[in-house]
Design a protein around this ligand. Structure first.
Ligand code: HEC
Length: 104
């Protein structure tokens, strides 16, 4: 009986640890995005979108579209070329969890 309760708890702990590792990797990767999108995902330039609090699935889609060329932008197409699927997943996990109400 006891182990039946323990197992879902262990799964939950593993899942949350994996998520922390993912957002940590995203934070490390985001240093190359900060010049334009801000340290905390709030853009420093008026023509640059905020990323903080954006939907995770949308961020993944946008980055993959820049990378494949479906979506084009002089700077973002270059930035996205160097990203692996794992980089994109961790960046999206990181930015989607930042508060959208932050300041640059
Ligand atoms: C040199 C400035 C610059 C850098 C560095 C940069 N970006 Fe961008 N990013 C932009 C601009 C400008 C846009 C808007 C492009 C457009 O109109 O499509 C944009 C758009 C985006 C979008 C789409 C947002 C939306 O609302 O559709 C995402 C996601 C994104 N950037 C993520 C990143 C990530 C992740 C990095 C770092 C790996 C990064 N950017 C680095 C300037 C930059």
């Amino acid at each position: 009986m006891k182990s039946a309760l323990l197992f879902p708890l262990q799964l939950l702990i593993c899942a949350s640890l994996a998520h922390t590792a993912e957002t940590d990797a995203g934070r490390a990767r985001s240093s190359q995005c900060a010049a334009c999108h801000g340290q905390n995902g709030i853009a420093t330039q008026p023509d640059t979108p905020n990323l903080a609090g954006q939907n995770e699935a949308y961020l993944i889609k946008a980055l993959k579209e820049y990378r494949s060329g479906v979506r084009r932008h002089e700077q973002m197409s270059v930035m996205a070329k160097g990203l692996s699927d794992k980089d994109i997943a961790s960046l999206a996990a990181y930015y989607s969890r930042l508060p959208a109400s932050g300041t640059p």
